[in-house]
Design a binder for this molecule. Sequence first.
Ligand SMILES: Nc1nc2c(c(=O)[nH]1)N[C@H]1C(S)=C(S)[C@@H](COP(=O)(O)O)O[C@H]1N2
Ligand SMILES: [Mo]
Length: 423
Amino acid sequence: MSEQKLEIAAGNGLINRRHLLGLGLTGMATAVANSALAADAGLTLKIPDWSRQPGPGASGYGSRSSFSEHIQRASGAPNPLYPGGGASRSPLHQLQGTITPNSLHFERHHSGIPNIDPSQHKLVINGLVRQPLLFNYEDLLKYPMVSKIYFLECSGNSGSLLAANAANGSAQSLHGLVSCAEWTGIPLSTLLDEAGVEPSAQWINAVGADAASMGRSIPLNRAMDDVLLALYQNGEPVRPEQGYPMRLFVPGCEGNISVKWLTQIKLTEGPSQFRDETSKYTDTQLDRSSLQFTYPMGIKSVITSPSGQMALNRQGLYQLTGIAWSGRGSIRRVEVSADGGRSWADAMIESHQSEKALARFRIPWQWSGGNAILQSRATDNLGNVQPTRASLLAERGNISTYHFHGIQSWAVNTAGEVTNVYA
Ligand SMILES: Nc1nc2c(c(=O)[nH]1)N[C@H]1C(S)=C(S)[C@@H](COP(=O)(O)O)O[C@H]1N2
Ligand SMILES: [Mo]
């Protein structure tokens, strides 16, 4: 099928998403066959070494191909004044689908990763309850569990987009504090019901067993909703980095309140005013007042390919793809622009659209060698639309660098280089 038959969906080369199903792929295969694969067109494939003799046998615990070891989380340099503190970012530009492999889930630690022996770990539920309860790990494994796919995003993710000058960053360095996994655990409401919540209790206060004793307060009505005591992550016990042997998981909300290495839940009338809900994780507004307890993460999307620091090495059809998520619901629509927001085309949303989970979108894009500005704009089932960076700045200023969810702009220049810009 020739490229002339492709139906244009928006300016600067965006092609109707229906061409992804066959037509567009033919176009892309042709582009490749014209160059790289042409030499092999005679199908005179050599028998490679790995086909000549048996490889190693089965193993107790798997590892990835040595040829994909370049796919890594990126962490900043350790700070001696902040032992164990810091973050690592998921390589969004190198991943596909919507599930983040456990080894590549982003990390954020305030005092490093405790090495917890589950047989010595305790979870206590106390405060304003009829019966304080003490659980050990083995007891908890006997409770009925549920499994749900949810994203987790640090409220500081993408915060550098509020800086005056656009950073020379990648999808990973700018937006890699988001990941998505299947979390399996006990609905927190089950355990709170067992302890018997007193009518005067309005908040839960969750504390971790790490050296930071990190704590957060959460209103009881949210805690009784879809919050989990998570014990498994993508089918295996939660990783030490993610809170082994157990963490709180608060779907859709800033990652900070999903307290890892959870050891205490205390029910109280009011919030505890922990460090991480007073001096940190509050949103100071233009009038200098600060919003506290701003939990849900806003509707957001980012194009992961092509994305910052990549280079397009040929003109022709590209499969533009990215991820979208909403802390309040599910993704209904993702539009893509190649002309800096002047015209938009609907992308194909590929994945099963569940609440508070990542969705993957794709659309064919024809790059003809000119300048382009690629953007994506997500809409959720409640009608929330991802705002532009400029409108977020006008509304909230840039004193708070938390909860940035504005539209990302990737510029493509005539050399094919992709950079982060403000458009
Ligand atoms: N006990 C404890 N819980 C914690 C943290 C921590 O340092 N200690 N970091 C928080 C922050 S800021 C985030 S964004 C998420 C990160 O979870 P992850 O490391 O599993 O991605 O955990 C939260 N829970
Ligand atoms: Mo965070």
